[in-house]
Design a protein around this ligand. Sequence first.
Ligand code: CDP
Ligand code: CDP
Length: 225
Amino acid sequence: MKYTIAIDGPAGAGKSTIAKLLASELNILYLDTGAMYRAVGLKALRENIDIKDTEKIDEMIKNIDIQVRYIDGKQHTYLDGEDVTHKIRTPEVSLAASNVAVIKSVRLKMVELQREIAKDMSVIMDGRDIGTYVLPNAPFKFFITATPEERARRRYLEMKESGEKNVDYDIILKDIKYRDENDSTRAFAPLKKADDAILVDNTFMTVEETLSKILSHIKGDGVNQ
Ligand code: CDP
Ligand code: CDP
């Protein structure tokens, strides 16, 4: 049986944490689509392309090579042949990703790659437009969210724990609010709950509680039987 699970929501809601746990529970593939937009953002930064210059971005996207491979079960993202898995995790790249993600040519290219991956195998994809646009027929759709303050708090703790020094909660919150607005108001495939997605506000829920709520929906529909 083929499972297709779409998880959308804003930054720091816990999408990737939950998606990874679900993927291992159900023994299926997890695709982090944000990593692909991050790789495009990194390229734009490296080439010093003005994000507002849609023509230049259109030209860049024609020749870009984004690939996703799995090493020991973990997703690695490649930009023009280079493994950029770790380089795309900076705050600068987060903002660049959100900015290039507004551009239609970028989205069309990423969505084509994402659909190709989901074509023949069971997959859990997380992003912003998976349930509404990339996989509109996915039988399982979840929209995970939490307040901006709680999401910023999670990112703050995550960065502190990873040993980063200059971590500023207010800057993280500002970046999160900027991306929320940018992602939700873009014209093409914005961040939006699909009508048939299950809303999970986990502001006051742990990772385990969120996972168990989502799993109960999936199991309730017979996926694990
Ligand atoms: O993928 P997304 O940006 O939506 O979020 P994430 O990277 O999966 O989660 C951000 C952080 O929040 C992680 O460190 C999670 O462990 C944490 N988290 C949490 O504390 N409570 C939850 N209910 C969900 C996530
Ligand atoms: O992990 P986090 O939630 O911070 O961000 P991400 O999922 O890695 O996505 C980075 C940026 O890529 C987002 O702010 C979105 O602008 C964009 N994105 C998108 O537009 N559509 C997707 N399916 C995934 C990400």
